[in-house]
Design a protein around this ligand. Sequence first.
Ligand code: C2E
Ligand code: CA
Ligand code: CA
Length: 729
Amino acid sequence: MKRELEVLIKEKREAVLLLDISLSQNQKVKDLLLDKPVGNLELDKYSKLLRENTPLKNIWFHVVDNKGISRYRSWTKEHGDSLRGVRLDIDSMIENPRVISSISTGKFDMTFKSMFPVYDEDKFLGFVETLAKFNSIVIKLQEYSFETIVLVDKNYKQQLTNTPSEKFIDDYYMSSFSGSKKLLELVLEKGVDYYINIENYVVDSDNSQLLCVYKLPDINGERMGYFIMGIDIEKIDTSTIQDSRERIILGLIIGFFMIGGFLLYLYVVNYKNYIQKQREELERSVAQKTEELREKSEAMTHLAHHDSLTNLPNRLYFHQKLQESIETALESDHNVGVLFLDLDGFKEINDTYGHRVGDILLQKITQKLRDGVSREDIVARLGGDEFTIIANKVTQNSLEGIAKRIITEIQKPIKVEDIELFVTFSIGLSLYPNDGDNPDLLLKYADTAMYRAKENGKNGYKFYNSIMTEIAMNKVELQNSIREAIQLEQFEPYYQPKVDARTNKVIGLEALVRWNHPQKGLIMPGEFIPFAEESGAIVEIDRLVVHKALRDMKLWYLEGLITGRLSLNISGKQLESISCVEKMESVIEKLGFDTKYLELEVTESQIIKNQTKAIAILQKFKELGVRIALDDFGTGYSSLSYLKNLPVESLKIDRSFIMDIPQDKDDVAIVKTIISLAKNLELDIIAEGVETEEQVELLMREGCYIIQGYYYSKPLNAKDCRIFLRANL
Ligand code: C2E
Ligand code: CA
Ligand code: CA
């Protein structure tokens, strides 16, 4: 029987060790020792589960770190205390981490004890200690009719400091007891010493008991504990012991499966948590990235829509906003006013005080303009010293009121870095729906009106209507006078040279139409082309211009002057009918002009109106040998895919992007982008509206060498152009 008990003890000891080992592999335990957040370790629940489902009745767990600090105890919430110098076995474990599996006596009891180190990679983090009482063995024995008293030797009395004193019998601590009081009475009667010295067994015939004792040694081989067992003689059945042993083993095996299951459960829960955490982490990072992208794209949209100096909407955005205002006004039957404002003498301020002062001045003016309009109105900056305002829901009078207010406000001195500056505005006004029904027209008219205001002595405003009356009493009258002017051939081309900045040689001329009015003098295209387009007279004007230009070119050629290619602006109207190609062809033939010296400048907006037809017509021109250039590039709605399909050979960077470089960093970026775009699409690139040396330098640095603008020359009439070309030889 003693041997059987030995086996039971050995097996339990192994069970405890196994439990200890499995816990030392647990990720949560590792995380706890790595100071990662683990929440509650909940090993108390674990021991409860074991108690309820396995023969392991009283199991405790203890996690201690590599400094000897108790990090978790399953039986109490207490932790954080240092056990160095308090428990010798812990000191030795820390100094020499290893597996300890023992039966030992501590403060509370004599227990099974396993200590198993925990490692992360190769780093010793601490260890898990598993403690178990003998109860389960005692209970097992009882089930098979054995009554048992487990005692701890009196030598351990000093160690058992946390035990109830009534559990001592003759200085021996009673660790466990089961069964009837009979055995206990016997032991009390004869004294512990008597029983623990029994060699094999004794028969107490008075009480018909068979008694034996099993002595449990400590690690030094000294006596530590005793199992005093008694059985009623009548109940002795040798098979029961074997049976009991088997059942204990079976119990332990079942227990192991349950523990395994529980560990699996712990693992799955951990794994699930891990997956959940990963998913949450992923979702968080996706959400974060999305937000970043959204912010970036918002920032980019803002950048594309706003002017960097004043943060006002730029031309593109202004156009959009004006379109929206027109649509709203159409529904609600309101008027929309457009103010075109241009500072008088800004260039002088810039030249005198420098760009810094100029920039601050523009910012202060922006503020004044904003203060001067209502919140629904839009103040925009087209570039340089040009501003526009969209005034919603106005009448002619209230629009005039806004202009007057701005003029008064802006006249007041503006202080920039101790300098008192005096500026004035020239303002042009146009009104929807009276003057026009689309943003282009309204802006153009307001612009024209602004020029009138300048001519009128600056520091004032002009309505577009008033200009109409100046040129002609009404539209019909104007259109009639255009027809008359065509008959009288009052339209003539002016020529603006295109220069290769590397050689300073003229490589081409752009023909720009002027109306040479006998009374009103030279009228610019902006003032009559919109009407000529409306009535269709533009086709005739263009024909006249082409005729005269080809004739001039031929004369210069015969004279030996180098003109390069002739660029013609053709109306969108021409792109509506294929017949224009034939007409052009016949003119060219008649004059004996080589088509390779001819280029047409068309804008994207002209093409977009009727893409298929326009592309077919341009294709025909191309077949004739005429080059096609995309004018005002960057102001339209170009998409790369569509650009690729156009039969164009050259891009012309719009003046609005050129005029503020190199100061305006956004515009510099746009210009660079357009140039590299042209290079990638293998298109020629030309810049128009170039006025300064700095602009030429920047463009050349970026690889754009063909330059057109006031820097080289204003558009010149035929006589002056001839002089220019001669000088250029
Ligand atoms: P566009 O084709 O974009 O012509 C460029 C305009 O910029 C011209 O205005 C030119 O005088 C001006 N310009 C050139 N260099 C500079 C510079 O350095 N600084 C400044 N501030 N301006 C510069 P223009 O002559 O008033 O022509 C206006 C528009 O009228 C042209 O724009 C073109 O769309 C149209 N146009 C001109 N001639 C004809 C023509 O014969 N037929 C047709 N259908 N349209 C024409
Ligand atoms: Ca042009
Ligand atoms: Ca242009």
